[in-house]
Design a protein around this ligand. Sequence first.
Ligand SMILES: Nc1ncnc2c1ncn2[C@@H]1O[C@H](COP(=O)(O)OP(=O)(O)OP(=O)(O)O)[C@@H](O)[C@H]1O
Ligand SMILES: [Mg+2]
Length: 441
Amino acid sequence: MVVLPASNPNSCHIMSFDNLNLDPQILRAVGEAGYFEATKVQTEAIPKILEGLDIRASAQTGTGKTAAFLLPALNYLIAPSNLDGKGPRILILVPTRELAMQIASQTEKFSKYLSRVRTVCIVGGVPYPPQVRQLSRPYEILIATPGRLIDFIHRKKINFSRLEMLVLDEADRMLDMGFSKPVEEIVAATPSSRQTLLFSATLRGSVLKLSEKLMDCPVEITVHANREKHENIHQILHFVDDLAHKNRLLDYILTQQEMKTGIVFTSTKRYTDHLVKELLDKGYKAAALHGDMNQRQRTRTINELRHGKIKILVATDVAARGIDIQSITHVINFDLPKNTEDYVHRIGRTGRAGTMGTAISFAVGTEISLIKHIEKFTGQTIEIKEIVGLEPRSQKQSSQKAHPLSLRRFENRRFKSKTSVLHKKSTRGRYNRKLCPGKIN
Ligand SMILES: Nc1ncnc2c1ncn2[C@@H]1O[C@H](COP(=O)(O)OP(=O)(O)OP(=O)(O)O)[C@@H](O)[C@H]1O
Ligand SMILES: [Mg+2]
């Protein structure tokens, strides 16, 4: 059971699920899941979705966006479709396979008392025949990643004639991954009468442009978006000299008592594997997760992390979005992410549903401008920390001044670094809202 504490940003305007006009059989499953009060994004989004409106919703990581779209979606399925066909009535599109599987298992949990609700999950990296078989029988909910879904659409294996709702979860990530054309193609294959919902902790830039094409006068819901401090996540920054320094700091952090389960984000698949080998050699229960692994290994790794068999997951950004494992106490940015949005999502793997978490980032001196972008984007300062005996060289050379250190002190300091400098992409963009755009299809 998860209790959202009074200090949680979601605990204001909380509402009982009973007042949200959801079917009693759904409420029964919601109660069994330990949900007693709706979070703010659920309170705001569910009634509007039930009214049939298109929604563009942005709310902090770990605040229950999944149930915000799943519960009203399931509510639609209480009434039988008046259209012929055996294709999906609800389509949920997500960027990663792990997220698709996680949402599929939540769908099954919330629909367990509903008859006639079958869920099919279509992701890449697994054999086609079982998926073909599943798609040949009637089903109501389809959860998919864009690549494999497009494949099935081209093979004419999916009939969207009775589709009522399309949900794009983490739509901005799908665009980042270069899926904007497939997403548009998928949308174009669905009926224009559909309701469209877009959810992410970060919604800006090109995803808003896309949403204007896909949605009908969408209602905007913004709950404690990226500009608000995530009270549940303690953010820390360590300046580092080089790779060896990162490794020593990581070693130190992993041996701290409060460190229970963590995700260590690296920027390359190769280094992910390398780091895992080193951690295993040192006796840590570690495993890798990245896009070059086969799906069987990926699924096994996530399950082992969920069940506490693995304590440290070393991952690329494939693990940055949506993954919900409440036992994660620490997120470590061994390499900084490419952009500010990825930072928000990565650190959001901890501090979920009212729990507290710690996010630690390593940065070389030349990455200060990215850190500044992140601070501007999130509207908060990241606490700079040093560990006695593990200070950055340039800091050791200067006289040890009072803590906490400010970013400004590091600004004009030169750090000689052997680690590669990650690019500092400016992702500044303004919310560009237009009313009633012509939507695709
Ligand atoms: N009303 C609620 N009461 C208690 N727990 C909840 C409630 N709603 C959601 N949760 C739990 O909170 C956790 C986070 O939910 P969810 O994964 O939907 O967050 P999210 O907003 O989609 O985060 P992200 O942006 O990282 O994808 C999950 O473990 C979920 O079961
Ligand atoms: Mg989510």
